[in-house]
Design a protein around this ligand. Structure first.
Ligand SMILES: Nc1nc2c(ncn2[C@@H]2O[C@H](COP(=O)(O)OP(=O)(O)O)[C@@H](O)[C@H]2O)c(=O)[nH]1
Ligand SMILES: [Mg+2]
Length: 307
């Protein structure tokens, strides 16, 4: 659906809500990305003695941040959930369980709300519509932990894989790395969000756009907390002795494409998939488990004659 349709349908009343979560090893620029996407310093920098070391505070807990932003003239309420990076501990399973737990808890909340006789009109639907998975820019291929995590999370959430700190690779290294990652993703049967479309239903333009976005996967991300003067204009960028990497320059990285996908072109599709497929699967799993339990209980009562 295109943007104008949206606006008409919503009548410009309530702001859109979109919820995402960023996941990946620590130090990959997740918190910086959140600030970059929101266009503001929503995650504060750590106060350090050396001002050149203005790294942001290490994330230690799952941290949802809600901001109101305007994209393409449309107001929206964006919630980005920042997570602590895994990989610091030898055992990452508790960290991982926490992330999965968070995602499932949002489903549970809605499930509970839906089964109430009197529902709360102000209920906040905090289901996560997309998970951005940050991949270390090693230039090799996916690590075992990435494969494992993405595989397990993909049953519950739309995953968009991203190459973190893409400016640490040369364009050739980046292209090869992207290719290898997608080969791994296919080989290990990891279900990522790959801009699905129905060739029969969609118009040519949509098909083309989706194919092009698919070919960009995994998105190369560069984030920055800094605005740098480039030819008299302040631009979000990273400064190096050899030059400047501009966050929004499509020749430098895919950040601007990714933002457009998330906040505009594919927002609705990600929300629909979350509701129609992922939540629905969770819901029926949960309910059939409960049903099974009830049957077992009934059988027990019949056995001991108390029924
Ligand atoms: N080269 C490069 N460094 C980055 C990028 N994004 C963040 N950083 C730096 O990486 C360090 C860790 O960033 P942070 O956002 O705290 O990572 P997190 O642990 O994943 O939240 C900081 O010093 C950032 O300035 C990037 O796109 N490229
Ligand atoms: Mg962080």
């Amino acid at each position: 659906m295109s943007l104008p349709d949206f606006r008409q349908r919503r009548g410009g009343k309530k702001a859109f809500q979109f919820n995402m979560i960023v996941v990946g090893a620590s130090g990959l620029g997740k918190s910086t990305f959140v600030n970059t996407l929101c266009g503001q310093q929503v995650i504060p920098r750590r106060a350090v003695d050396d001002p050149s070391q203005c790294a942001i505070e290490k994330t230690i807990a799952i941290n949802p941040i809600t901001v109101e932003i305007e994209e393409d003239g449309m107001k929206m309420q964006l919630t980005v959930v920042d997570t602590p990076g895994f990989g610091d501990n030898i055992d990452n399973s508790s960290n991982f369980a926490e992330i999965l737990g968070y995602i499932e808890r949002q489903y549970d909340d809605l499930l509970a709300e839906e089964s109430k006789i009197k529902r709360n009109p102000k209920f906040n639907d905090n289901r996560i519509h997309v998970l951005l998975y940050f991949i270390q820019p090693t230039g090799h291929s996916l690590r075992e932990i990435d494969i494992e995590l993405m595989k397990r999370l993909s049953a519950r959430v739309n995953i968009i894989p991203c190459v973190a700190k893409a400016d640490s690779l040369t364009p050739k290294e980046l292209a090869d790395f992207k290719k290898r990652i997608m080969e791994d993703i296919r080989y290990y049967g990891i279900q990522v969000y790959d801009f699905p479309f129905d060739e029969e239903d969609e118009d040519e333009e949509t098909v083309e756009e989706n194919m092009e976005l698919r070919s960009l996967l995994p998105f190369a991300v560069v984030g920055s907390d800094e605005e740098i003067n480039v030819n008299g204009r302040l631009i979000r960028a990273r400064q190096y002795p050899w030059g400047v990497v501009e966050v929004e320059n499509l020749k430098h990285c895919d950040f601007a494409r990714l933002r457009y996908v998330l906040l505009s072109s594919h927002l609705q599709d990600l929300k629909e998939l979350t509701h129609d497929v992922l939540y629905e699967a969770y819901r029926s799993e949960k309910l059939s488990k409960l049903e099974g339990l009830a049957e077992k209980l009934a059988a027990l009562h019949v056995q001991d004659g108390s029924y």
